[in-house]
Design a protein around this ligand. Structure first.
Ligand SMILES: [Ca+2]
Ligand SMILES: [Ca+2]
Length: 188
């Protein structure tokens, strides 16, 4: 019986991803009274919700925020009225169970491509994962510290958040995986 020569195929399974900035598109949790949660998603657009004592939890799903150089997250308050970053706690989590506050890292807001509608520099601040004990996170919680329920302009007026240092699927990665599968089929 003839033996079939073994064909050794080396395939790299390194993460097919690229570093990049993005605006979250999904929430895991929102205050019960909020009926239009998309107001705090995507790029800042001057549409906002007062946090009051409520909280939003953003879910990055397959994406991650990572600890890159300098600040990693920008939080946009509606760019009118009082600057109220004292009325919000910014927390992060990888597993969605235990959260760490990164409010102590607050610094000058870093702009992200696509945020041009946000006009007031004092109404945006940036935050850093460094020192949190986490090098990457999938959940970001904005906890309101004002009195009263979320809604209207109660407390911190959340417009949007943006990830400065993110890991996102590289363009064409799905195509590359499909091509790999086709190549394997041909080799059978
Ligand atoms: Ca950082
Ligand atoms: Ca908004």
């Amino acid at each position: 019986m003839r033996s079939v020569p073994a064909l050794l195929v080396a395939v790299s399974f390194a993460p097919i991803a690229a570093a990049g900035s993005f605006f979250p598109e999904h929430l895991r949790a929102r205050p019960a009274a909020v009926v239009n949660p998309e107001v705090v998603l995507f790029a800042p657009d001057d549409q906002s919700i007062g946090l009051g004592d409520g909280r939003f939890i953003y879910h990055l799903r397959s994406l991650l925020m990572v600890d890159g150089d300098g600040p990693d997250l920008t939080v946009y308050e509606a760019d009118f009225g009082a600057v109220e970053f004292g009325l919000v706690d910014v927390l992060v989590s990888l597993d969605g169970l235990s959260y760490v506050s990164i409010s102590g890292t607050m610094t000058t807001g870093v702009r992200i491509a696509g945020d041009s509608s946000h006009g007031s520099a004092s109404h945006r601040k940036s935050f850093d994962l460094a020192g949190s004990g986490l090098s990457e996170v999938r959940f970001i919680k904005l906890q309101g510290l004002a009195d009263g329920a979320a809604g209207g302009t109660h407390g911190f007026d959340l417009d949007a958040i943006g990830i400065i240092n993110g890991v996102v699927p590289a363009p064409g990665s799905v195509l590359a995986l499909a091509g790999l599968a086709a190549m394997r089929r041909r080799r059978r």
